[in-house]
Design a protein around this ligand. Structure first.
Ligand SMILES: NC(=O)C1=CN([C@@H]2O[C@H](COP(=O)(O)OP(=O)(O)OC[C@H]3O[C@@H](n4cnc5c(N)ncnc54)[C@H](OP(=O)(O)O)[C@@H]3O)[C@@H](O)[C@H]2O)C=CC1
Ligand SMILES: O=CC(=O)O
Length: 361
């Protein structure tokens, strides 16, 4: 059993695999599916897969059943546009951010402000958190005036930060100890998809909370996957970003090599865009990389964090990931050269530095 859903110019295919512990459900959010089909056989032969699809028909959310009061913690590159889209859609939003000034543009759009995560959680039905890394996600959820202190039965906490599974499980346990519900929901998609309400949510945890916040996810995103137990959303996000980090490192090598052998890297970008390895990421970032410009959409420090966490995930199951490990080293070099807050495409600078070093030897 499975389904294929077509929405706009992309197609999602899901399948059911044998021996499931986990149920994967894919919901394209902004239109109804226009095609469904079934598979009689599993698409993969691996017998130990945990991820399955149990979805046979698409779910559309009901905006009339949105939680009345919504909290948003963490207003960085991603959190600000996500919260802004909720406000524009008419939601009643309360915000908090460590650096208070980042709340001001949202307050001027109508958001309320509370001075701690605890107060936000106490005053809202559901609270979203979009924090930098495992440490900040844990602190904001479970620290002294953390969100968990404001949680109680009937409420929900949705962590959309990119963290490792262990951190997500710890946060989930602390939230659920209060009687509230927990959903991990990291997002795929960067600054522009966040602004355009085109994120992809990779959720896992309490299914009833997933359903309760579906109308909110549908405002901020174009699709939502329900992946079963807490940890699976984090794992999916880390695998995706491991691939992305390696792709960008490889693209950087290609661009520099093309230049070194006398080709125009702008032409390389054009050639790549027309072939089988074409990617929106290469087409969007390539032209500015040629000019050594890296306007930040996805900070390089976060990409390196994701590679580190993905490598730890791979280590935990003894999966060799030599390409990601090599890419991670490059991002570390870039960080050590002060490029942490540049876009992750600035990883190309680490290769330029290497070449300069080599030519001196
Ligand atoms: N940018 C992107 O393209 C994408 C990012 N992500 C992930 O989303 C998350 C947020 O990313 P992004 O918005 O780009 O990151 P930013 O660095 O722009 O924002 C990070 C947020 O975390 C807060 N924060 C950091 N440290 C602490 C702390 N110790 N205590 C409390 N708050 C803290 C920051 O507060 P303050 O303003 O005070 O610094 C800010 O609100 C990350 O996990 C990232 O990996 C996922 C998909 C895409
Ligand atoms: O995490 C980054 C993204 O673009 O997705």
């Amino acid at each position: 059993m499975g389904m294929s859903l077509v929405k706009g110019n992309y197609q999602l295919s899901t399948c059911i695999l044998l021996n499931s512990q986990l149920r994967t459900t894919v919901f394209p959010t902004k239109t109804m599916p226009i095609m469904c089909s079934s598979f009689s056989k599993p698409l993969f032969s691996f017998s130990s897969f945990k991820a399955f699809s149990s979805q046979t028909s698409a779910s559309t959310s009901n905006p009339d059943e949105m939680p009345a009061h919504v909290g948003f913690l963490g207003l960085g590159i991603m959190g600000s546009p996500m919260a802004q889209n909720l406000i524009k859609a008419g939601c009643n939003i309360t915000v908090w951010n460590r650096t208070k000034s980042k709340c001001d543009p949202l307050i001027s759009l109508g958001a309320k402000y509370k001075s701690s995560p605890e107060e936000v959680a106490a005053s809202c039905d559901v609270t979203f958190a979009m924090l930098a890394d495992p440490e900040s996600a844990l602190d904001v959820a479970c620290g002294e005036h953390g969100a968990a202190r404001g949680m109680s039965p009937g409420k929900g906490y949705i962590d959309v930060s990119t963290v490792d599974g262990a951190t997500s499980k710890l946060i989930g346990t602390k939230i659920k100890d209060t009687g509230a519900l927990f959903l991990e929901a990291p997002v795929s998609g960067s600054k522009k998809p966040a602004e355009d309400g085109q994120l992809i949510f990779l959720t896992a945890g309490d299914r009833s909370l997933f359903e309760m916040v579906a109308p909110l996810l549908d405002i901020m995103g174009k699709s939502r996957f329900f992946l079963g137990d807490v940890g699976n959303g984090a794992a999916m996000k880390l695998v995706v970003n491991m691939i992305m980090g390696s792709m960008m490192a490889s693209f950087s090598e290609g661009m520099l090599l093309s230049e070194k052998v006398g080709l125009d890297p702008r032409v390389l970008v054009e050639v790549v865009s027309q072939g089988a390895i074409s990617s929106p990421m290469f087409s969007m970032k390539g032209p500015s990389m040629v000019q050594s410009m890296y306007p930040t959409a996805f900070p390089l420090k976060h990409q390196q964090k994701d590679l580190r966490l993905a490598l730890e995930l791979a280590e935990s199951v003894s999966q060799p990931t030599p390409i990601a490990a090599a890419a991670n080293e490059l991002y570390k070099v870039a960080k050590s050269r002060g490029l942490s807050d540049h876009d992750f495409s600035a990883v190309i600078e680490a290769l330029k530095i290497k070449l300069q070093t080599q030519s001196k030897e």
